[in-house]
Design a protein around this ligand. Structure first.
Ligand code: NCD
Length: 281
């Protein structure tokens, strides 16, 4: 079941493609307004319903924590099926972190020790940044630099997690200086879809303006062996003129999403070893 009630292009399509590669049939809901949630059904009941028809739920929702909550709820029912979090509000995006770390590891075959990863953009609400930063804590000797205007700095909870993990990290507004030293430049866009939500609750709206942007001329100042990543979609923060630079690997990164998700699903169904051994499934 592909339950995507928040917009998605890459994550939805790469999961769907991954299922096709593995010979898995899919059902999907991409808009809660076409489901019984329109009739007042709770999202919890909708998700329990899916478990009657399918063997795996892959879900993306604008509600932070809904995926974890659903998994715990389903575990209390007689028909619990695995759930993959394909993006949970501004909170987490674990499969993006898997494809990102895979892309980084493939790019630096000598390992990540001593490497500097520079995150740029809306670090406050960028869930890909939050999930990747947590994975990077598991690698020894990695330095993380978080570059953003002050109002888009990482949230306190992530800062505390990084401190608790003894991660080597800095937060700065110095874009040019940071990208010049970085081995990985991880650009992100402004997550202004969450501004609307904040407004309807009557809470403070964050300033909607362009974040730091990586331009063609910046490529002259960054390391020869660095890589430029972006979870996509991009806006003005990443100049398309960079696309042809060999250090720009975001299109490969996007494709890696399909393969890492294929691997993840094959593990969930316990067929990964069979596939590795070249046996049919
Ligand atoms: C990201 C997302 O949806 O969190 N995109 C993705 O999954 N590839 C990043 C974004 O929307 O900015």
């Amino acid at each position: 079941m592909l339950y995507f009630t928040q917009v998605s292009t890459r994550t939805f399509l790469s999961f769907q493609a991954a299922c096709k590669i593995l010979g898995i049939e899919t059902l999907d809901i991409r808009n809660a307004s076409t489901s019984s949630e329109r009739k007042g059904e709770s999202v919890e009941d909708s998700l329990r319903t899916f478990s009657s028809y399918v063997d795996l739920i892959i879900m993306r929702s604008p509600i932070s924590g809904l995926c974890d909550r659903t998994a715990k709820n389903l575990d209390k029912t007689p028909r619990s099926v695995p759930i993959i979090n394909a993006g949970s509000g501004p909170d987490t995006h674990p499969t993006q972190a898997i494809l990102d770390i895979y892309t980084i590891m493939r790019s630096f075959q000598d390992g990540l020790e001593g490497k500097e990863v520079c995150f740029v953009g809306d670090l406050k609400r960028g869930r890909t940044v939050r999930s990747l930063a947590k994975i990077l804590c598991l690698f020894k000797g990695v330095k993380m630099t978080f570059v953003a205007p002050k109002e888009f700095y990482i949230e306190e909870d992530l800062r505390n997690k990084l401190k608790a993990a003894n991660a080597n990290f800095v937060e700065t507004e110095d874009f040019k200086g940071s990208i010049a030293k970085a081995d990985v430049i991880y650009m992100t866009r402004l997550q202004d879809e969450y501004d609307l939500k904040v407004n309807s609750l009557g809470e403070k709206k964050l300033g909607c303006r362009t974040l730091f942007a990586l331009r063609k001329e910046d490529m002259k100042t960054i390391k020869k062996k660095s890589i430029v990543m972006h979870p996509l979609p991009r806006r003005a923060e990443l100049d398309p003129a960079i696309d042809s630079d060999p250090r720009a690997i975001y299109w490969r990164q996007e494709r890696n999403g399909m393969w890492t998700r294929t691997a993840l699903i094959s593990m969930i169904f316990g067929v990964d070893q069979k596939l590795l051994n070249g046996e049919g499934i």
